[in-house]
Design a protein around this ligand. Structure first.
Ligand code: H79
Length: 454
């Protein structure tokens, strides 16, 4: 089901005039695999893993010097890099796609680019293409291939060539972003754009990604990037490719980052999030989310029609920290047990009808409720006009007793559906209750009214 069909329900004719507040955004055409995808794995892997510092930002902000940052090249060995093992792990996580940082803001390419010496083949003891084998391993395991690429490049000599419209030398003085002499150099920028296009053409034609995940488009102003032209070029080089919308609004889907949306973004979207507080490998950061928190966030995201892109940070030798592997596997175990509530489903009930997340099967005849908290004997669902065929647990198929209390059927006003959920049936991470309906879901979303005749 398309994720843009928020709350994908059939409107009740009776009160349809009261439902104009519900957003119904037509989906942009986008590859079917992405429409169906629920979980992606984001991988931030680069020289920043050597010292465990922030990816690119650590030298840009001055946490460490540029020289010290770049000295990490000497430690980037990839000596235990095993992309087939990564693919196996991602399958255990039940991921549909993965996105690898081919080039972060620091400009260090994980592939042997012909357009810059700044790549792991020429500058690090890894001495080989790290992207190609990754692409092959993902493909061989049925995982869709996403390439992360930073538009801006804080290490390219031609990048710092333009000034913002509101140029203020006391603010816009970072030498990695702005010309040191404070004079704009449009020719130099054009040269950078040629380099930018050349690398993207190289990536498109050599690796044929299913998706490009762009970042770093905030400077200089969008008009300088010629994103309309880029959008066309990418679709010509790589027909069918999915593009995130960090292209000045071009591209296919929205990418909220770190802050959980409380209202679903319009159209297709994906929420990206770190497992701890860092994108790359930073061993001092122990602030990992718990598996219960991850399962809950995943269910809430798919319940709003989105996808989760969950980030890991491998070490410089290519190994993935145990805690990250454990969390991915635990998430996969939970997804597999409850996959019918995850796949071929879309956004569930609008807020307020059930106090938890929910999804709806693509034929709209099965509603799945995700219980994160322990119920006190019963849970309640409001607003369901369709007849209830059966209520059960997804894990184990146990039938749950239910009853409908209240309502005014002669006015087509439904009662409240109460479902018994025995304490012993609860899953420790999140319990999923399945409601099979007699007809495709119809909801009653009105203010209620005085009902005098019965
Ligand atoms: O790769 C990870 C991060 O390194 C990268 N995106 C994820 C996936 C990232 N981090 N922050 N950002 C992208 C955007 C940062 C924007 C800001 Fe700003 C920089 C906020 C403040 C400084 C843009 C530029 C807004 C104001 C100045």
């Amino acid at each position: 089901m398309g994720s843009g069909s928020f709350f994908g329900f059939t409107q009740s004719n009776y009160f349809s005039s009261m439902q104009s507040a519900i957003p119904l955004t037509p989906d942009k055409p986008i590859a079917q695999w992405f429409r169906d995808a629920k979980l992606g794995i984001f991988i931030h892997w680069g020289i920043y893993a050597v010292k465990g510092v922030a990816e690119s930002w650590s030298f840009f902000r001055g946490d460490i010097s540029h020289q010290e940052y770049m000295s990490q090249c000497a430690g980037f060995t990839a000596s235990k890099y095993d992309p087939a093992a990564w693919a196996q792990l991602f399958k255990e996580a039940n991921a549909d796609y993965a996105v690898l940082t081919a080039k972060h803001h620091d400009g260090v390419a994980l592939w042997p680019t012909a357009h810059s010496h700044l790549n792991v083949v020429q500058q690090t003891p890894a001495k080989r293409d790290l992207l190609g084998p990754w692409v092959d391993a993902m493909r061989a395991n049925g995982i869709r291939v996403g390439i992360y690429f930073s538009h801006l490049d804080w290490n390219h000599p031609d990048y710092p060539s333009l000034l913002p419209d509101n140029y203020d030398p006391s603010v816009h003085n970072n030498p990695f972003a702005y010309p040191k002499d404070g004079v704009a150099k449009p020719e130099q920028w054009n040269s950078f754009l040629r380099f930018h296009r050349a690398q993207l053409e190289e990536l498109s034609k050599r690796y044929r990604p299913d998706l490009f995940w762009f970042d770093g488009s905030w400077e200089p102003a969008h008009k300088h990037w010629k994103f309309a032209e880029l959008d066309q070029l990418l679709r010509t080089w790589c027909p069918g490719v999915v593009l995130n919308s960090r292209m000045g609004g071009y591209g296919d889907y929205e990418t909220p980052e770190q802050g959980m949306p409380t209202t679903p973004p319009k159209g297709n979207w994906e929420f990206c999030m770190t497992l701890n507080d860092s994108w790359g490998y930073q061993p001092k950061d122990k602030n990992y989310k718990s598996i219960r928190q991850l399962v809950r966030m995943f269910a809430e995201i798919i319940g709003m029609g989105g996808r989760l892109l969950l980030d890991i940070g491998p070490r410089a030798d290519g190994t993935i920290p145990g805690v990250q592997k454990r969390l991915l596997r635990q998430l996969g175990d939970w997804i597999r047990l409850h996959q019918e509530a995850v796949y071929q489903t879309g956004a569930g009930l609008p807020p307020g009808l059930f106090y938890g997340a929910s999804t709806l099967s693509s034929d709209k005849r099965c509603l799945y409720l995700f219980l994160f908290d322990r119920p006190w004997k019963e849970i309640a669902v409001k607003g369901i006009l369709s007849g209830i065929k059966r209520v059960s647990l997804v894990n184990g198929d146990q039938t749950l007793s239910h009853r409908i209390i209240g309502g005014a059927p002669w006015m087509n006003v439904p009662g409240v559906l109460w479902i018994d959920v025995p304490a012993k049936s609860l899953h420790p991470l999140a319990t999923v209750v399945k409601i099979e309906l007699e007809q495709p879901l119809q909801l009653w979303l009105a203010e209620g009214q005085v009902i005098t005749a019965n």
